[in-house]
Design a protein around this ligand. Structure first.
Ligand code: KG4
Ligand code: ZN
Length: 334
């Protein structure tokens, strides 16, 4: 087996995940998604941290078993330090610290958003450095200039809602279950983008999605007054239109960044990168623009510990370790 054997833990939001990597190879990637938040239409932080606590031991045990690795063989422990929900991060951080302390192992902190980008380094074809990565998740929307696996720079990000939030909030307006991204993706494939919503005019590489949410709300209110069945009858077309608008907002800035930096190696990452519309539209745009496009496998787009493990692997090579006094950083940036 390749070395080092790294145990990676992810607990920043509502997925409890553990992975074992042998060198760069993912030996296991166990993800326990919390479904209880569906009852509330969004993640309830207190519920999330309690569920992490209940599940983490079993999730780690399963990751070790699937990998065929004994816990005594593990050579380093990696964990998400932030950004994320403070209580949730605390569970993964404490677990990783305790594991490392008990076995006297090096401890590696990982930035969750950098790990989403690092998901590109799990399976070939690997992007050439430097590359641009559009990272789109439930809490963040960033254009990242990736110099190397351990050196990244945020060129621009959202000033309000994230792209994933735009999906989730639209879903709430339409009465779809949380998280609504995958459901909107599915419905959008059955509809057409017949309704138009404004594309915000933001400076540089900044994004804004709160105006879109308001535009959708007013649009639905107006239409429902005329026909109370409007949303129900036109769900697929509404989803296709909203998704189309979100994709246009995202790709407009990505195109600007590619043009201004001259970089032609382009990737997407994060939960929204699982969106089928975004994936195909980016491929088409890439062909048209002469870009080399990189899209991680579905399982490495939404939150998972394998991406934490691969980010940690490159830090391990540089002996970039942290001490036991490390604590979670809910607003961690880079
Ligand atoms: O990266 P992620 O799993 O967690 C965070 O770090 O936030 O991203 C979750 C977000 C949610 O907003 C979810 O609705 C969205 O990713 N998402 C999608 C799809 N799958 C997940 N959005 C659009 N289409 C999808 N297929
Ligand atoms: Zn994430």
């Amino acid at each position: 087996m390749e070395h080092p054997l790294i145990l990676a833990i992810e607990s920043s939001c509502d997925d409890t995940s553990a992975a074992v990597l042998a060198g760069r190879k993912v030996m296991s990637n166990v993800i326990a998604s919390q479904l209880s938040h569906r009852l509330y239409g969004g993640v309830v932080p207190e519920v999330a941290s309690r569920e992490h606590q209940e599940k983490i031991v079993a999730v780690v045990a399963q990751a070790l078993e699937t990998a065929g690795v004994d816990r005594r063989q593990i050579e380093a422990v990696a964990f998400t330090r932030g950004p994320g929900l403070a209580g949730s991060l605390m569970v993964g951080t404490s677990f990783a610290k305790a594991f490392a302390l008990a076995r006297r192992l090096p401890l590696i902190e990982v930035n969750h958003m950098q790990a989403h980008v690092a998901a590109h380094l799990i399976d070939p074809p690997f992007p050439e450095f430097p590359f641009l990565c559009l990272t789109v998740s439930g809490g963040h929307t960033q254009i990242v200039l990736v110099h190397s696996p351990v050196s990244m720079e945020i060129l621009g990000e959202t000033v309000d809602d994230a792209a994933g939030e735009a999906f989730d909030k639209t879903g709430k307006l339409l009465g779809l279950p949380y998280p609504a991204g995958p459901e909107i993706d599915k419905l959008a494939r059955q509809g057409n983008p017949v309704y138009s919503f404004p594309i915000p005019d933001m400076p540089g590489y900044q994004f804004s999605f709160s105006g879109l949410k308001t535009a959708i709300l007013y649009f639905l209110q107006r239409q429902q007054e005329l026909d109370p069945q409007f949303a129900e009858k036109n769900k697929a077309d509404i989803c296709a239109s909203v998704q189309h608008t979100i994709i246009r907002i995202l790709l407009k800035k990505l195109q600007l960044a590619a043009r201004e930096t001259g970089i032609r190696h382009i990737g997407i990452a994060g939960g929204v990168a699982a969106n089928s519309g975004l994936r195909t539209t980016l491929q088409e745009l890439g062909r048209e623009q002469g870009w080399q496009v990189y899209i991680p496998q579905f399982q490495y787009c939404t939150d998972n510990a394998a991406m934490i493990g691969i980010a940690a692997y490159f830090k391990y090579l540089r002996a970039d370790f942290v001490l036991q006094d490390v604590s979670p950083d809910a607003r961690m940036s880079f």
